[in-house]
Ligand binder design. Structure first.
Ligand code: NAD
Ligand code: IPM
Ligand code: MN
Length: 325
């Protein structure tokens, strides 16, 4: 039996994940779905945002559907999202940004770099160590190359090797791996790349980069498709996989029924592709496309349809779609 852990998390996670879960249930009523409650809300209630038993529960799932978790900038609060990514060794964070005329896959290293968690805070100085390892870089480079080979065969390495020794290391290993695989590559400094992606999105296929640069680049690139409400992601390791929108818990709009559920729906579609049901993923994508084409839109896209109503329209379109090709 295929088991799906469902984590709503905080904020708009409680609004967009039920929509995505209903889409999954419609296509796969035979899966077992079980909730895992972690996050800031849980911390406020119990003093613990995520326990070892929650990590163990997540590890029993074949795939995890995840909303978003609030991470307050407090000095002793550890991000639950980062903890889960590390505990499950979800080293590849895949963030597709595509529309008519371009199809970009951002491949973000997800377990080290500036988010390694090696930090110190003293009274007058605070430091965060940017750790880039050979093993960590080889595995993300190989994942990006595998994807490039299945797509348009082009790899761009995004880095800041003009300044950071850790990025000279990252860049060199990515180039070594690309040469070994015979994949054509180019490289760009991450600051210039962030603008060029917006100006010439069609010039990119797979972009591989370190943790924080991939984090920022994916929010920037979401501008190309209408913002954060539309971009999904997959967090993949050798044993586990977690699917979540690129956006966060959006406290500014939480509880107002205005969040766009498309990023969560597309994350559910990525989950299905991972489990081998690429037809199910296509059906979710075309149901979204059909609803948008009819002019129904949430507020972020200039419309006035609420989260629940938009979700219901996608589910109706999904029900009507043909299971086969
Ligand atoms: P955010 O992505 O939550 O929101 C940024 C802006 O985009 C906000 O104005 C928000 O209203 C808008 N937005 C986001 N998703 C939307 C949607 N589906 N529909 C319409 N508008 C949407 O980023 P933030 O405000 O910087 O962070 C809020 C909290 O979320 C923080 O605590 C942060 O740490 C956390 N966060 C969590 C994750 C995660 O769980 N993976 C990801 C990013 C941020
Ligand atoms: C994301 C988020 C997370 C990250 C935070 C909440 C830890 O911004 O998923 O993009 O930095 O990866
Ligand atoms: Mn982010």
């Amino acid at each position: 039996m295929t088991r799906i852990a469902v984590v709503e998390g905080d904020g708009i996670g409680h609004e967009v994940i039920p929509v995505a879960q209903k889409a999954l249930f419609l296509l796969h009523p035979e899966y077992e779905y079980f909730p895992v409650e972690v996050g800031y809300g849980r911390w406020e209630e119990t003093g613990c945002p995520c326990g070892d038993t929650d990590i163990a529960a997540l590890k029993t799932a074949d795939a995890i559907l995840f909303g978003a978790i609030t991470t307050p900038p407090m000095k002793d609060y550890q991000s639950v999202v980062l903890r889960i990514r590390k505990a499950l060794d979800l080293y590849a964070n895949l963030r597709p940004v595509k529309a008519n005329g371009f199809d970009i896959m951002i491949v973000r290293e997800n377990t080290e770099g500036l988010y390694s968690g090696v930090e110190e805070r003293g009274p007058d100085r605070a430091t965060t160590l940017r750790v880039v390892t050979r093993n960590g870089t080889e595995r993300i480079a190989r994942e990006a190359i595998r994807l490039a080979e299945k797509r348009q065969g082009r790899l761009t390495i995004g880095h800041k090797a003009n300044v950071l020794k850790s990025d000279v290391f990252f860049r060199d290993i990515c180039i070594e791996e690309a040469k070994k695989a015979g994949v054509s590559y180019n490289e760009k400094f991450i600051d210039a790349l962030s603008l060029d992606v917006l100006q010439h999105p069609q010039a990119y296929d797979v972009i591989v980069t370190t943790n924080i640069f991939g984090d920022i680049l994916s929010d920037v690139a979401s501008y190309l498709v209408g913002g954060l409400g539309l971009v999904p992601s997959a967090n993949i390791g050798d044993r586990y996989a977690l699917f979540e929108p690129v956006h966060g818990s959006a406290p500014d709009i939480a509880g107002k029924d205005v969040a766009n559920p498309i990023a969560a729906l597309r994350s559910a579609a990525m989950l299905l592709t991972y489990l081998g049901d690429s037809r199910g993923a296509e059906r979710i994508e075309s149901a979204i496309g059909g609803v948008l084409a009819s002019g129904t839109r949430t507020r972020d896209l200039g419309g006035s349809t609420g989260t629940r109503e938009f979700g219901a329209a996608v589910l109706t379109a999904l029900e009507k779609s043909e299971p086969g090709h």
